[in-house]
Write a new protein. Sequence first.
Length: 396
Amino acid sequence: MRLARRVEALVPSITLEVAARAKELVSAGRDILSLTLGEPDFATPAHIRTAASQAIERGANRYTPVCGIAELRAAAAADLSAVHGVTIRPEEVMVSTGAKQCLFNALQSLLDDGDEVLLPTPTWPSHAELVRLAGGVAVLCPSTADSGFAIDVELLRRKITPRTRLLMLSSPSNPTGTVIAEATLRQVVELLHDHPQLLVMTDDLYRRLVYAPGRFVSLLALDKALWGRVVLIDGVSKSYAMTGWRIGFCAAPRPLIAAMDKLQGQVTTNAAAVSQHAALAALLGDQAPTAQMVAEFDARRRIMLAALNAIPMVSCVEPLGAFYCFPDVSAYLGGKAPDDVELSRYLLEEASVAVVPGSGFFAPGYLRLSYAASVPLIVEGVRRLAAGLAAVAAAS
Ligand SMILES: Cc1ncc(COP(=O)(O)O)c(C=O)c1O
């Protein structure tokens, strides 16, 4: 069968590939330990589940407005206004099926063929794939561990061309856990002043999962006048253990919301009605479960980071947000494992631990480990990693 070029050109997710192979090995009876999970390993808080059950009983079985139920748009607008220090009206918020659909809607509605998007890396692969799917060109702007993966704003400046339409930021970052520092954001503000044609999209999905001394800083809060050029991507998936409920929010100027309304109206109509009521309870209800989750992630983060940095020739920048560590394992490459993709295969097959290669995030030489796993799993997983690396070194 001949398939459309735009789908043929999509790069499959390495994370899913590793996870699928790990499952195969488990089915074959192997004891595989996976540190690949990109979602909290907690249950959705009880009050959110109750709100969803009540919504079902009340009969939330119909289509909703395309942009979402009014109460949820209002609650998200209030929450985002408080975080970003500007007045965001409910009409400037759209509810979609996960932050992923928000990104899809926004990029499809903004980009024409050949429009360039500045994309600081390492980053989540879907950022680049969704840009390409919309006909855009993802212009990768690498950063390294030496700077703690700080965005190189001078590099962004050099990569701007007459076709540059958009800058994409994501803080905290998947995969590095880096939280963009205020000083860096101030440089970004300057860049935006110098290039008034540029729009900026911020994927803030992990903003509630931040650990001291990290602090989420909003670009908009630094310069309120940027509202009108900023597209905010947000949602409940990661901070309320709601990945499967599929609710995300996009806040943007009205013309973009209207375009996305038109687009989504032809694609999925509305995000699931019951999930919207659950997300409403998440935003308006008790925030203590999220605080507990953050405390638990913080404890696990310290354990994983210390264990990784104790492995000879491995170094890991301290992640201050999200739930990933991103160690540099380049010293182990060559011989048995010429690159990080081969290394992660070797670790899975020979050391029974599943981790994601950094190449999947445009950062060869690194591995991504998720600490959305219990402490015993983290300890045993990193022990297997260390043993696998030692075996690779001995065999090379
Ligand atoms: C940076 C980032 N943005 C967006 C998403 C997608 O979020 P959602 O599950 O709400 O679609 C993910 C999921 O891994 C992510 O890591």
